[in-house]
Design a protein around this ligand. Structure first.
Ligand code: 5GP
Ligand code: ZN
Length: 118
């Protein structure tokens, strides 16, 4: 059994556990969303599952409802942030070539200005 006093090394697990502060904008039983500490756009949220998954490549069949929920909540938060009509981007980085820095699955919600094309 997991020791509840064990301090996780994972940054986003620590935010989920409230061991580290974050500007939280959404929470339910499975998902947490908070503002990126170094926003690259006027709106820059991160949507994370509470369960630790290192990235999108760790998703298994049993995670499909959770993966869908991350997208739905990302779009819901875009609406709440007032960027749904002007447009927004949901993205996740996987591995070094994508520049993944935090190895806990997260969806970036980006918008509030014209986004550079991919
Ligand atoms: P990645 O490149 O892994 O997809 O993105 C990680 C994101 O997490 C970056 O945009 C970075 O600014 C953000 N980030 C890193 N550390 C923290 C933190 O302690 N708090 C918050 N809110 N965001 C963080
Ligand atoms: Zn984690």
């Amino acid at each position: 059994m997991k020791d509840p006093k064990r301090v996780s090394a994972c940054l986003f697990c620590r935010i989920v556990a409230r061991e580290l502060p974050a500007d939280i904008v959404y929470e339910d039983a499975e998902v947490l969303s908070f503002r990126d500490i170094r926003p690259k756009y006027p709106v820059h949220l991160l949507v994370v599952p509470k369960v630790h998954l290192a990235g999108v490549a760790d998703l298994q069949v049993e995670h499909e409802p959770l993966a869908g929920k991350l997208l739905r909540i990302g779009a819901h938060l875009a609406r709440r942030e007032g960027i749904a009509n002007s447009g927004f981007r949901l993205l996740t980085n996987e591995g070094p070539d994508a520049g993944q820095v935090v190895h806990h699955l997260h969806l970036h919600v980006l918008g509030g200005e014209s986004l550079r094309g991919l």
